[in-house]
Design a protein around this ligand. Structure first.
Ligand code: GRF
Length: 198
């Protein structure tokens, strides 16, 4: 199973998946990391793990259709089986989505279908969870479709929300679970325990 990552910033989720592969917990190959941010830590991490890197963004490809095709070409060139969005802040283009429908995974730092959608990313998600006085939060792994945070849910993990949590406290607790649930879900896809639509 060849995994390609799309990441915009830190890439800690990508790193956790690569670490699981290195420990022999996950039987997959990290083949490519694409970032829209040429200075991202994600690209730096991928480079130091010996994973092929590509910077593809509106600065390399000003026309969104060209960018979409460049991303699709890169994924195909590396014989990608699964596309792993790991903190990727851009929408996937139409052509890429059509070619990899049902094979693009995302992780969201709240229990979808709550606290998702356009504008719900980063600290805002955890602020909203705390403001709603939720007792639980946690990451969701889901398939990507045309809408933000909308595709079929593959896995969720719960963590408590404590009364005096700051958004940063909660983000750290959720992130820890992200680093476990993402590679475990990929592992279940590989073993057939989690089925992707054909
Ligand atoms: C994570 O919180 C994830 O849920 C969201 O973006 C963040 C990415 O973090 N989609 P990192 O870049 O993997 O460290």
């Amino acid at each position: 199973m060849n995994l390609a990552f799309l990441a915009s910033h830190g890439g800690s989720n990508m790193q956790a998946i690569i670490d699981a592969i290195k420990k022999g917990q996950l039987n997959a190959n990290p083949v490519l990391c694409i970032s829209n941010n040429s200075n991202s830590k994600a690209l730096e991490r991928a480079r130091s793990e010996g994973v092929a890197c590509k910077h593809l963004s509106s600065s390399t490809h000003p026309d969104p259709n060209d960018l979409d095709l460049a991303i699709l070409d890169a994924l195909n060139e590396h014989q990608t089986d699964l596309v792993i969005l790991a903190g990727y802040m851009k929408k996937i283009g139409e052509r890429t989505l059509a070619a990899f429908r049902g094979k693009i995974l995302n992780i969201h730092p709240a229990l979808l279908p709550k606290f998702g959608g356009k504008g719900m990313y980063g600290k805002r998600v955890h602020e909203a969870v705390i403001a709603a006085e939720e007792k639980e939060s946690g990451p969701t792994v889901h398939l990507v479709d045309e809408k933000y945070d909308n595709g079929p849910i593959l896995a969720r993990a719960k963590v408590p929300v404590h009364p005096n949590d700051t958004p940063d406290d909660l983000a750290a607790r959720v992130l820890k679970e992200e680093h476990r649930i993402y590679w475990q879900t990929i592992s279940k896809i590989i073993s057939g325990e989690v089925n992707l639509p054909s």
